[in-house]
Design a binder for this molecule. Sequence first.
Ligand code: MG
Length: 331
Amino acid sequence: MDFAIEFRRYRLPFRQPVVTARGTWTVREGVFIRLSAADGFVGYGEAAPVPHFGRDSVDRYEEACRALGGRIQSPEQVPASLASLRGAIASAMRRGEPNPRHRSLAIAALLPAGRAALKVAAEKAEAGYRVFKWKVGVGAADDELAIMDDILGGLPGGSRLRLDANRAWPRRTAERWLSAASERPVEFVEEPVSDEGDFKDLLLGLSRDYPVPLGLDESISSDADVADWLGRGWKGFFVIKTALFGDVDAALELLRVAQARVVFSSALETALGARDALLLAFSWAGRAYALGYGAGPLFVDSRFDAIPPAPLLRHEDASRISKEPLWNAVT
Ligand code: MG
């Protein structure tokens, strides 16, 4: 099938800078694409790379779009290294929508780093959230371990906490945390150790040594990564930032066959890309874990925010997101 392709680059300031163990992020940059076919079909996609996966890639995306010269037949016409762009093109080419298997999905509330988490946790619990995600590895471990207990002490019964260290911890620090987390209602610990040496062996070893499950996030950005970790016997969670994958269907098929535990998660993309990502989450046949879409509202320009800030997302909340006005809002 032959499509005409157009692209528009966007630059959207976040309402609040996004602070992680890797630094501060203030502006979301990405590329919207629009495909149209001779039969009247129109499809949209969003390529939204995350800075620490390669800071200049939005420029490379723009170059790759320009190099297509206005026509495209297959996502494979852009280099595999531009994964999010390939994924955006594949999304835009998709006709029809995946069949929903869930009517609503829980959202995990994102808590800010440090002691600020306490106030937000209380507010989110009051609003009905029962799964919480907290970024750790930003401050000193002793302080954060104490704050974790203060957070947990204030949550309603049955709540679960996810921890995300974004690879900030040296091994010994990770071991302290995993030991503490194993005795607390921690759902999983995401990317606990720094990416050095025998990183994969270390992570696999830690996943066997502690009862608390571990989660992969930065470690998986392609179906090849998913295949590699499954092949190594990874039993923990797979946090899938759908928007970053070149071929997310292939990745999800591997995970489905392996009956893996999958958490669908935002790459802080706009509503245009989030619509596709969320509809895939609603169609997931495995157990539904709370979505990693609790960071919003994200943007100063609220038209680009995906979903209502509520503890449950209904299928219709995702399916009624309209892509065309978002495309039109970028010039
Ligand atoms: Mg993460």
